[in-house]
Design a protein around this ligand. Structure first.
Ligand code: URP
Ligand code: ZN
Ligand code: ZN
Length: 475
């Protein structure tokens, strides 16, 4: 047998199933051996005292999305994927967004131009469908699914993206036909508009009122509606960025009924609250935390943990959607100062997702380290058609690995970040557990906060159909 290119020696290998003291042998970018003791190796990485885990897969990341007249995003592929690998991730799945009136295929081509040669980690694309015309539903989507874009996202709010109930049903039905998995943004458009106009009339325009304009009931109603549409069309869906108890309970109810409804949650729903949007004194610094659905409160954090521990949620993603804070392109742009309605929605988080879940989850005894791996990597690979290439440490898998120091104490600070944004919403958060090295297909791409990889290292991933997307009784 020829020599290993690299052996990771002396660490504790953690997968979604097991925790074992083992060495890992890598050849040609793949894991070839996991054994108690591996001799040889052209390169030896000493992992004593470290956890050796599958690289993070963040299946909900927005990069280089169009601004629709609003501020531009702070991350394209170069800075966004640089930030991802610094945070222990090896794969991200951003979105290719179809602007209304445009062809989806053309949008996908445009996103490839953005990503090609500009990615530090591997990537796939979900398809955001804003205009489900007959040609999109009957021709473009089936062909794109065949080409490895095997998941869609649809929105129940936002002027430029919202689909009405009929359109949601048509997309769900199409997904059923082509075996795609649909991610659904569940917030009710009309209720939000009604609340927004009422708040504005009352002069309540500060960023905090973003949270007031879209309370839990708005998310609960939309979640229930999406579940009902999924039941009617007999198609599994993934309810994304779930913020608290009320939508979590809807998903749990559906799962208990036997429906194939899956759930995703994010760091902002266990680490931020609506109070953060008040800023120092109802000032505009609250805009730093504006995202949708909005962070809620500590009681809702506990509900999210309940959902994580009991398996209501399969994935923990960042929903990284970065904007600048300062400047004319930032959260504080002149229009945004006139109403929360114009503050761009979204916060950066791809680089801090794993640390926040590890620290609050494993460190504080809420989940096991194996559940951590499932929530940050393995389940993303399984659900989004990347398994058994990505998402575990075993012979045959890509050597996408993060070496993790479970005892490293850090304070999250903007100066540590590699993203394009000029702030992190988690500034000052103390965490225990930190990525010290990231390997992408056997190559060390980040080490101790330094980027050692190149922006040409990342490859596009043509994904298989999700095994979660095919209803059991489908013909
Ligand atoms: O506020 C958020 N989450 N912005 C990103 C877009 C989305 O809805 O996921
Ligand atoms: Zn969304
Ligand atoms: Zn998102």
């Amino acid at each position: 047998m020829s020599e290993y290119d690299c052996v990771i020696r002396g660490g504790t290998v953690v997968t979604a199933a097991d925790t074992v003291r083992a060495d890992v042998g890598i050849r040609n970018g793949k894991i070839v051996t996991v054994a108690e003791k591996i001799e040889g190796g052209k390169k030896i990485i000493d992992a004593s005292g470290l956890l050796v885990m599958p690289g993070g897969i963040d299946s909900h990341v927005h990069l280089a999305q169009p601004a629709f007249g609003g501020p531009a995003m702070a991350d394209g592929f170069e800075s966004g994927t640089r930030s991802a690998i610094a945070g222990g991730n090896t794969t991200v799945i951003p979105f290719a967004l179809q602007p209304r009136g445009a062809s989806l295929r053309a949008s996908v081509t445009d996103y490839h131009k953005e990503a090609d040669g500009q990615s530090y980690c591997d990537y796939g694309f979900h398809l955001i469908i804003s205009d489900p015309t007959p040609s999109v539903l009957e021709q473009e989507l089936p062909a794109l699914v065949q080409d490895g874009y095997t998941s869609f996202k649809v929105f129940m709010t936002y002027d430029d993206l919202v689909l009405n109930d009929r359109q949601l049903l048509e997309v769900f039905d199409c997904a059923r036909g082509c075996g795609a998995l649909v991610m659904v943004h569940c917030e009710g458009y009309d209720a939000i508009r009604f609340m927004t106009e009422k708040l504005e009339r009352a002069g309540k325009t500060a960023p905090y009122y973003h949270a007031v304009s879209r309370p839990s009931s708005v998310e609960r109603e939309a979640t229930h509606r999406a579940i009902s549409h999924a039941e009617l069309t007999d198609v599994p869906i993934m309810v994304v960025h779930v913020s608290g108890r009320e939508p979590m309970e809807q998903i749990r109810w559906a799962q208990q009924k036997g429906l194939k409804i899956y759930g995703e949650t994010c760091p902002q729903y266990i680490a931020l609250t609506a109070e953060d949007m008040k800023g120092l004194n109802m000032d505009e610094s609250g805009g730093k935390y504006v995202c949708s659905p909005p962070p809620r409160d500590e009681a809702n954090w506990e509900a999210i943990w309940e959902g994580i521990r009991s398996g209501v949620f399969q994935t923990f993603s960042s929903d990284h959607c970065p904007f600048y804070y300062e400047g004319s392109q930032g959260k504080l742009n002149p229009k945004a100062r006139t109403s929360f309605k114009w503050v761009p929605n979204g916060i950066p988080g791809v680089e801090t997702r794993m640390q926040i879940l590890y620290s609050k989850g494993v460190g504080e005894g809420r989940i096991t380290v194996n559940e951590f791996v499932a929530l940050t990597s393995t389940n993303h690979a399984k659900i989004y058609g990347l398994y058994p290439k990505k998402g575990s440490i075993a012979p045959g898998f890509d050597a996408d690995i993060v070496l993790w120091d479970p005892n490293r104490k850090e304070t999250i600070r903007q100066e540590l970040m590699h993203h394009g944004a000029d702030y992190t919403p988690y500034e000052g958060l103390k965490v225990t557990g930190w990525p010290v090295m990231t390997l992408l297909r056997g190559k060390v791409v980040a080490e101790e906060g330094k980027i050692t990889g190149q922006k040409t290292d990342g490859a596009f991933l043509q994904r298989e159909l999700s095994p979660y997307a095919v209803p059991k009784h489908a013909g």
